[in-house]
Design a protein around this ligand. Structure first.
Ligand code: ZN
Ligand code: ZN
Length: 829
């Protein structure tokens, strides 16, 4: 049958029209309100997966909706194309990372186009191309000039499988975030970005992120980890300098019965220098250091330590206390040394128990408090001080103030704020990354590559063998260079940047992707930024989002933008699961979007993935649901085709037409209600799934009333309006079929360029009826309710009325009789 729905033809046709007419290419237009919709750009692994399909389908619905509502919508896409998998492919299959990456990009670009996503392809960026990563280097040099990029020797997290350094954020549960290999510690010269300079602002900026999920803000807050407290010096007679300790609980200092320092602490070696067990201790420290940081940090990890034999002086009590080195103290937090208060800190308590150290309680619960000082565990709450010299008897809060002041006065400590956030180590010993644009000259030292020499390109001819160390290091033609300052022989930095640098500012590049003088054109950024809605997986909720916020603030301080927060609204899309677990290769539960496209088409897949659950919830794959969506599209196709005559001219009222029945009012009311509901669901609530169900309801009513409507000219006009609205409302979800039907209806302008339908607020309002309430046959009250409430709903509403309650007078209800849309009669006594 010629009129049957062939999704392949329809989808191909409209993708071509949109491309030819450059429907989604946009330009800065100050006369129009802009809307910047962004989804996290993909890594070109080779094929798109269902997580991508979901992320981009959600975005495309909103972008199309905003565009049809008259906004100047920019919806760009690009490729996060540097990184390890390309190198691993090179090692495994002998294919060059560049070729592997660009082939994958081509394949995925074609897949995205087949999904009908409305991207402005003229803005496509690719982070593995020199015209992109040149600007990573440019930004790096600006940061270097300002002291925001610096080099230092430090302990790093090392994945022996990936043979590279990992940021703390990339260590998940003690393993490498990418391959799960247990992470070890190594001491190396590294480049860092000084994100800690922005710690305070990254935190206070949360005030502008009211449209972020609460839990994401909390994760970021914990990651930044601000705490106020006191920095205290504990003199160690055997050392030249005191050990510095940061505490948020100075009120417990009289209970500090030993000191503990981290194995990485720079004083660790000095402390054991005089000890007879020195060699043994050294081995112990090396082993502890090699343990994964995060694993050690967990409360339930086995606590181990050694007594260095050194003694420190508690500056408040004057007591001599032992100094230990233990695995549960981390160099990354505070100073890497703690005053251990076993009576009031659970971890210190467990450690003291294990090694038989003195546990001295100095805080007791307030009198009358339900708190239990507890046997067998530390009392960590606030209370009153005991055994604390002149501070005994004070409440904790009060004692803290006094003790802080005392420490400052006696010059043994000072008030201080610390952050858990550490500077961002960006050095990677990899090939497929942005070369760090630095030259080491024996005479001039560390010199930035001059801006006019950028980019420092990733050299093409490199042997990628998988041996330890960077392939660039072994490439003499890359390493040997001349010093830009003195012209003498010099060497290039061979580390490349963490790929999270690339994704920290790509949303700026989209605003002017071919800009050649600066990373982006400031006026373009001024028009488009901030991103109005950012959509992406919550796995990036800490790492990527915090880095992108940091870079935005740096770019602002460089005078390139006025925006301080790039993403005022972040929608964390839920995961895609099948058979109860997240789709993954290892679980073997992957559904390939290509297969689905072949079988059901893009429109059905998009509709299903949106309809099956709200965007921020988990989405469980079920093929039956997909079939349902596909059937629905066929039904819409059919009902439009069955009624094509109502779109033809001359459907005006004839003198002997029968009068319109009540179906006209019902259908029109439903139509206006649906337009209102779908708009609010998309724009206000982001309940894209319920928007789809209301479109389905509208269809159901049309199917039911169609025959009646076709009886009169007025009915046909109503049918025509409602079918048009049905197709328009469907278009952001299933755009190809909607365009095709719209054209069949005889419209000259394509649907995506047609304004979104308006609703009449009076008609969209739910029609209400007055319900009379009787008690024992006597009218006691009335109330307004929407039509068609169930008997149970009517009964609940009636029984809540105060006048009815009064009439019941506490007597039991024996019977309730409801007459739909009219009456509730209650029998009591
Ligand atoms: Zn790894
Ligand atoms: Zn030089």
């Amino acid at each position: 049958m010629k009129d049957s729905f062939n999704f392949e033809d329809v989808e191909r046709k409209w993708q071509k029209v949109w491309a030819e007419e450059r429907v989604f290419e946009v330009h800065e237009d100050p006369s129009k309100q802009k809307y910047y919709l962004l989804e996290m750009y993909p890594y070109p692994s080779g094929r798109i997966h269902m997580g991508h399909v979901r992320n981009y389908s959600i975005g495309d619905v909103i972008a199309r909706y905003k565009s049809m509502n008259g906004l100047n919508v920019v919806h760009p896409i690009g490729w996060d194309a540097l990184g390890m998998p390309a190198e691993n492919a090179a090692i495994k299959h002998g294919v060059h990372p560049r070729k592997w990456t660009l082939d994958n990009v081509a394949a995925m670009r074609s897949q995205l186009k087949k999904m009908g996503f409305g991207y402005d392809w003229s803005r496509e960026v690719n982070s593995c191309l020199p015209d992109y990563y040149k600007w990573n280097q440019w930004i790096f040099l600006k940061m270097f000039e300002r002291g925001l990029a610096f080099r230092k020797e430090s302990w790093v997290n090392w994945c022996s499988q990936c043979r590279t350094v990992l940021a703390n954020e990339q260590v998940v549960g003690g393993g490498c975030w990418r391959c799960d290999t247990p992470v070890i510690k190594k001491k190396m010269e590294q480049w860092f970005l000084k994100i800690t300079d922005y710690a305070e602002e990254l935190l206070s900026g949360h005030a502008m992120l009211g449209k972020w999920p609460e839990y994401v803000l909390l994760m970021q807050k914990n990651w930044i980890g601000k705490s106020r407290g006191v920095m205290i010096d504990f003199p160690v007679p055997s050392l030249a300098r005191p050990v510095q300790v940061f505490t948020t609980r100075i009120d417990t200092i009289y209970g500090a019965t030993f000191l503990v320092i981290s194995p990485e602490h720079p004083m660790a070696e000095d402390l054991i220098a005089a000890s007879p067990g020195r060699e043994e201790f050294k081995a112990w420290i090396a082993k502890a250091v090699a343990e994964a940081r995060i694993k050690r940090g967990f409360g339930d990890a086995e606590k181990e330590g050694i007594d260095t034999g050194a003694r420190a002086v508690n500056p408040f009590t004057g007591e001599s206390i032992p100094v230990w080195i233990a695995n549960y103290v981390l160099m990354d937090y505070g100073t890497g040394a703690i005053m251990a208060v076993p009576a009031h800190d659970q971890r210190d308590y467990e450690f003291a128990q294990k090694y038989g150290l003195w546990i001295k309680p100095v805080i007791v619960p307030e009198e009358g408090s339900a708190e239990d000082a507890g046997e067998g565990k530390a009392f960590e709450s606030y209370g009153r001080l005991q055994d604390s010299g002149p501070f005994t008897g004070l409440r904790c809060e009060e004692a803290m103030d006094k003790m802080e002041a005392y420490a400052e006065e006696k010059r043994i400590g000072r008030r201080s704020t610390t952050f858990r956030l550490r500077d961002w180590g960006i050095s990677r010993q990899r090939y497929w990354g942005t070369p760090i644009p630095i030259i080491y000259c024996p005479k001039c030292g560390t010199v930035g590559v001059p801006y006019e020499d950028l980019p420092v390109e990733i050299p093409h001819d490199v042997a990628i063998t998988g041996e330890e160390g960077s392939p660039l290091e072994r490439l003499e033609s890359f390493v040997r260079t001349t010093c830009p300052r003195c012209g003498g022989e010099a060497r290039r930095e061979t580390d490349t940047m963490d790929t999270f640098v690339d994704s920290s500012w790509y949303f700026f590049r989209y605003t002017s992707p071919r800009e050649e003088i600066l990373p982006f054109r400031p006026e373009a950024a001024k028009y488009w930024l901030p991103v109005d809605l950012y959509i992406g997986g919550v796995e990036h909720a800490i790492l990527h989002l915090i880095y992108a916020r940091f870079f935005t603030k740096v770019l602002r301080d460089l005078g390139l933008t006025e925006v301080g927060e790039p993403f005022p609204h972040y929608l964390a899309q839920g995961m895609v699961t099948k058979d109860g677990s997240v789709m993954s290769k290892s679980k073997g539960n992957i559904v390939d979007p290509d297969e689905i496209l072949k079988k059901f088409g893009a429109d059905a897949l998009r509709l299903f993935i949106i309809f099956a659950s709200p965007p921020d919830r988990e989405f469980a794959w079920a093929e039956e649901g997909l079939e349902g969506s596909s059937r629905f599209l066929v039904r819409v196709w059919k009902i439009v085709h069955e009624n094509l005559d109502v779109f033809a001219d001359g459907a005006s009222r004839l003198p002997n037409d029968p009068p319109a029945g009540e179906s006209v009012g019902r259908v029109l009311r439903k139509m206006h209600q649906t337009i209102k509901k779908v708009g609010e669901d998309i724009e206000v609530r982001f309940h894209l799934n319920t928007a789809v169900s209301s479109i389905m309801e509208l269809y159901n009513l049309l199917r039911k009333d169609m025959a009646a409507l076709r009886q009169s000219a007025e009915g046909k006009a109503a049918l025509r309006s409602a079918l048009e609205a049905l197709v328009q409302l469907l278009s952001p979800f299933s755009p190809h079929i909607a365009e095709e039907l719209w054209e069949k209806m005889g419209h000259a302008e394509i649907l995506i360029r047609t304004p979104w339908p308006a609703f009449d607020p009076a008609l969209a309002r739910e029609e209400t009826v007055t319900i009379v309430v009787q008690v024992n046959g006597k009218v006691r009250d009335k109330f307004e309710a929407v039509r068609e409430l169930t008997e149970k709903e009517l009964e609940v509403k009636a029984l809540r009325l105060p006048k009815v309650q009064a009439a019941l007078d506490g007597k039991p209800v024996r019977k309730v009789i409801c007459v739909k849309d009219k009456l509730v009669s209650i029998v009591v006594g």
